[in-house]
Ligand binder design. Structure first.
Ligand code: NAP
Length: 352
């Protein structure tokens, strides 16, 4: 499959919400992608009609790819000659726009929360539940489809939990997050709120972290998603870090486990994206660091091009069984990179 794709022409794609924080990451990550090439950039009416270089405030650390600056930005409406649409739209806009694209026959790969809990829409991390793509056959959107990726903090947490869930069973999870500013989009939290400060509230985030893992770790029974029975309590904080969400997680397991077994489970964890050698898949999805002050956002967020999750500080928990720290790059693995990996899985499974 992968050899065939290498010889074929690339698949033209559109990026909706291309001017935002996640949209810019899509442009960065799709530059020289072996399977996909950006054919259309779209955003709101505010940006439509302008050259991308003028419409956007480019805040990425690498320069804007040369061919992108002069591309015209379109309004986010169906009518583009592409089969695949990446959506980095604001959720308020995504609900109507993503459905309209799916109805017109496009395959929509979304970052927004709008359809994550829809009864026929896969909420997917390819290393965790790529079998949920079977739900696409039951979607009510017409010729196209919608596949979503989870909230950025949920992605990091569920990737770390997946091998523990498979080997030992999960009963309860308690998580406290320290989330980066880029998670709030651009321009995001004002500097007067963010600097020298921690904000103990992120609208809607705790609910997403408590509900999305149950769908991700649950199963598709051919008709419906059956949620995993799991109790989760989440507390979310915004901290003055640019990129990279930290999470302090405590777990209660169903079966007894040792620290050695847990670390082995993380380090040996591989799944279908690694087997298929998908272009955006990290070679090793989970990296455990034994140094007691690791992981750290500035040092580890770009591990495996931002697609791996870093874990450290595994130790006994006096309330549950174990506690540990997790770090995920929120705009790469938790958003654009995760969405691109979802699209690669769809291509590999010939789903569109
Ligand atoms: P953002 O920086 O605010 O960007 C929002 C984008 O949506 C912009 O391109 C904006 O275009 C466009 N947009 C806004 N209203 C629109 C409308 N009515 N019609 C068409 N386009 C419209 O937000 P973001 O952080 O990139 O997040 C994008 C999505 O990804 C959100 O749903 C968010 O929840 C999700 N997400 C974000 C992260 C993260 O770490 N940031 C992680 C996971 C998921 P204009 O520039 O033209 O206004």
């Amino acid at each position: 499959m992968i050899e065939t794709l290498r010889q074929k022409k690339k698949i033209p794609v559109a990026v909706l919400g291309a001017t935002g924080s996640v949209g810019q990451k899509f442009i960065q990550l799709l530059d020289r992608h072996p399977w996909f090439e950006i054919a259309v950039l779209a955003a709101s009416e505010r940006s439509a009609g302008r050259p991308y270089g003028e419409a956007v405030n480019w805040v990425q650390e690498s320069p804007m790819p040369g061919n992108i600056a002069n591309m015209k930005v379109f309004a986010s409406e169906p009518g583009f000659d592409v089969p695949l649409v990446f959506s980095a739209l604001d959720a308020a806009a995504a609900t109507g726009i993503e459905k309209a694209f799916a109805r017109e026959g496009y395959m929509v790969i979304s970052n927004a929360r709008s359809y994550r809990q829809h009864p026929n829409v896969p909420l997917m991390i390819p290393e965790v539940n790529s079998d949920h793509l079977a739900a696409l056959e039951h979607q009510p959107f017409g010729a196209g489809g919608i596949v979503t990726n989870p909230n950025c903090s949920t992605t990091g947490m569920v990737m770390a939990l997946k091998p523990l869930h498979d080997l030992f069973g999960l009963e309860q999870v308690h998580v406290v997050t320290l989330q980066a500013l880029s998670g709030a989009g651009y321009p995001g939290v004002s500097s007067l709120d963010a600097l020298d400060n921690v904000v103990p509230f992120i609208s809607g985030e705790e609910g997403k972290m408590e509900s999305e893992p149950k769908k991700l770790l649950g199963r598709w029974n051919g008709q419906n998603f059956v949620e995993e029975e799991l109790r989760i309590s989440a507390s979310c904080h915004r901290v003055p870090v640019l990129d990279g969400h930290m999470e302090s997680i405590s777990v209660k397991l169903k079966k007894k486990a040792t620290e050695k077994q847990i670390i082995e489970a993380w380090e040996s964890f591989r799944a279908l994206p690694q087997e298929l050698k998908l272009p955006t898949a990290p070679k090793q999805p989970l990296h455990y660091f034994s140094r007691e002050h690791f992981p750290q956002p500035r040092i580890h967020r770009n591990l495996e091009k931002g697609m791996a999750v870093s874990i450290g500080r595994l130790r006994p928990c006096s309330l549950f069984d174990f506690k540990f720290s997790v770090l995920v790059h929120n705009t790469i693995r938790g958003a654009a990179g995760g969405a691109i990996l979802n699209a690669e899985m769809l291509v590999a499974q010939k789903r569109f």
